[in-house]
Design a protein around this ligand. Sequence first.
Ligand code: AMP
Ligand code: ZN
Length: 477
Amino acid sequence: MSPAPVSLHNTLTRRIEPLQPLMPPRVTLYTCGPTVWNYAHIGNFRTFLFEDLLRRWLEHVGYDVFQIMNLTDVDDRTIKAARAAGKRLTEHTEPFTQAFFEDRDYLRIKPAHVYTRATEYMTPMIALVSRLLERGVAYKGEDGSVYFALAKFPTYGRLSRLDTRELKVGARVASDDYAKDDPSDFAIWKKSDAKDEAVGAAWDAPFGRGRPGWHLECSAMSLEEIGRRFGVQTLDIHAGGIDLIFPHHENEIAQSEGATGQPFARHWVHGEFLNVRGTKMSKRHGNFLTARDLREQGVDAAAVRLLFFQTHYRQPVDFTDEALDAAKEGVRRLDEFHARLRGAGSGEQGAGELTKLAEKMETDVSAALNDDLNAPRAVAALFDFVRAANRELDRGTGGGTGAALAAFERVAGVLNVLPTRKALDPELVRWVEERIAARDKARKSKDFKAADAIRAELSARGVEIEDTAQGTKWRMA
Ligand code: AMP
Ligand code: ZN
């Protein structure tokens, strides 16, 4: 089987390029996951949602995706937060890890095939540091930490297009995160201090007791997983938010390629930010909203997905209540259309105008998503179809509803933008059916006043009814 051609923007070349996995149909996808020092915000989830769509689309066209997501449960931030909470590291991070899984499920993000917790990968991390020391691309500083030697890795800066003349030769940086104007030898293993020991964030290693640098974690975990499972040292796709290009991904490349001599990832995909009034949503700016906030407000995940997918992943999105309301309305229209199509009898496979419209819609959606995951174009094609198909249904054109329903469900399923079906109370179902039977009886005996009263009674409890050739259909509004 040869999956359809998918092109994606590659940050390495700044071009849209066909995806060419090492071993098709397999695609190895590494997505940098959350730092579990606190709840993830919906900015983080914008990144995880674009990655979810990427994964779903690749699977839809026939790839066999293996997704790895890491959970950063040891780094500067988690240690600081554990200390502030007076807890051991894992005691502090585990509830946030579980919360992340709950939020992921609420947002209907497909679970990765493996979630690598950094604290569970100390052996490969220590082995990677040892290898970099052996190869002379890392050295132990007089402070006892191990640093990556930028001068020994001539291609450093390729991903972030760093002007290597700016490299601060001899300068060192120990913190996990730093700005682009500070490219220095960075810590891959940090000598432990009393603060690390206090929370249990210190491990023995041949080069001294300490803890891994954040960047090293992703290199070690991804190479361990693809090496052990598939015998390779190159990822097909590595993805994350644009803030990870420098220094995180630049450093991941240096460490991985410095150790293996092989390209680390064939394709680098980066998503733009979710902003609030033009400023990146972040804990630091205090302008954040968590997925659980939305869930508690009763927002259907379909609306969040639609909202994000209406903008290309390489364009910023501004989060506003109006945009969320518009997305909710969009989801409602999709649901209404879905119900209408289902009501029109899905068994019918005749070649009608609807079939033609559905075929065009699927072709347009495929072309859009194959072209650098252009979700807004795919969403537009879906809504164009809803409008045109509704017109056909208004005209009572026969045939093709079965094909239209199947196509609609396939596309809406990849985007996953139909509302969550609420389980109906059996008591309510019995009551509705009894009322509909009573209304039928009233209509048959031409007692339209009674029939209308029953319709109003149903409507008051949120039940919409529709009289069709096959009888009265109903649904919750
Ligand atoms: P962190 O938990 O900070 O390690 O971030 C997890 C992921 O969320 C990374 O891929 C970040 O690039 C991404 N991210 C952080 N803030 C935003 C934002 N406002 N919009 C989109 N992605 C973000
Ligand atoms: Zn990472």
